[in-house]
Design a protein around this ligand. Sequence first.
Ligand SMILES: Nc1ncnc2c1ncn2[C@@H]1O[C@H](COP(=O)(O)OP(=O)(O)OP(=O)(O)O)[C@@H](O)[C@H]1O
Ligand SMILES: [Mg+2]
Length: 425
Amino acid sequence: MQNGTLAAVDLGTSKVCTIIVNVSGGNIIEVMGWGVAESAGVEKGVIVDIEKAGDSVVESLEQAEKARGLRVQSVVMNTSGRHLSSFNNRATLAIHHRSHVVSKREVKKGYKASTDIDLPIDRGMLHAIPRGYHLDGLASTRNPVGLFAYKLEVESHIITAGLASVQNLVECLASIGVKVGHVVANYIASGAAMLQEGDEERVVAVVDIGAGTTDVAVYKDGRIWHSFVLTIGGDQVTRDMAAGLGISFEMAEKLKMEYGSTLDLESSKMEEVSSKVHQKYGISYEYMNYIIKARVEELLEMVHVKLADMAGEDTAALTGASVRLCGGGAHLKGLPETVREVMGIPAVVAVPKRLAGPYPSLDDISFATGIGLVLCELAEEKVMGARFLSQDGFLKRRRTRPRINLPRISIKLSRGMSRRTSRRH
Ligand SMILES: Nc1ncnc2c1ncn2[C@@H]1O[C@H](COP(=O)(O)OP(=O)(O)OP(=O)(O)O)[C@@H](O)[C@H]1O
Ligand SMILES: [Mg+2]
């Protein structure tokens, strides 16, 4: 890990979060500033109005810059939405030489071959993350270098993205004078923030329930195994409540946060809360939670179907698996219990990895993506694999093999206040 400073922007459907960190002493990350603003112009994880989205980013950037009078010029950024897709791809390499000892060069060659994929004209490769090596179709290993083999198979997790959706991100930031250095799939970022020590031995599904999307990264033995996005999140729950209860979206959102739950209260408490909600808002507490639970169960069933599909014939794969919940939607009371009921898999709401610095409020689960973006950028070589963007920041379709060793992003910081108007050009 090198010393330096970097900025991450998590552009979500409901909020934009900017985190600026300083890396010193080899591996100490100190937060130098952070900002959160309400997001506009983003629907189900994708930009639908560049100008509005740009204004939201400016607001969060300027909050983050203010504390130390910094000015961010380049950022690492997330992308989510229906345009993302992923699969695992294997390539086989014969070990020809007489010693049959696998070298670093061969591992690299095998990795490159595993990323050599033809994509439609409107798609690009966002990540190609090596996830496993197999020797002679028998042994699997994390590090094949130095082992004897006649055949090396390299498996990579490939994540592709719609070029237009990513280009809109880049253009949006360009319109406020900020360069997008790297783009990271939302679930990869959240996964990086939520993985814990000991996860090398088990299957963990990190489920980030946001406002517009639910982003899932599944890890097996500490390596990414599968990933997917559902374009349903907390907003859908609120919309259902608004429609079912005949109230505004804003009122439904407030009620959900204060009283929403997928759990039944004890009967004595239930009466008390129920009459309080009825007196205050004129609605039925029981019916409200019935609506919430129905939508949440449907969402979790969709996640479960995807997990079961992913495991395929390996039916034992999900035995001992666990679900780790994050994203603002995971604040909903009773969610871990409902996950267990619907999926039969234990679930916890866990705080993201902590970044050093006087910002305890970043411990909230809705900042998992922002924190993960920082961690991905720092662990670039290990986590990211292929780059989507060329060095000059413009998207280029990779017709052949993706380049893998582009330089790290840099942000130049200059003293002095930034002004919103000066962001636009
Ligand atoms: N206490 C709470 N109870 C229930 N839901 C909550 C609570 N707090 C926040 N939420 C929900 O969390 C969602 C916002 O989460 P988050 O900030 O992670 O979304 P986002 O990153 O902006 O969106 P996305 O990742 O989907 O693009 C909203 O739907 C909000 O209603
Ligand atoms: Mg989010």
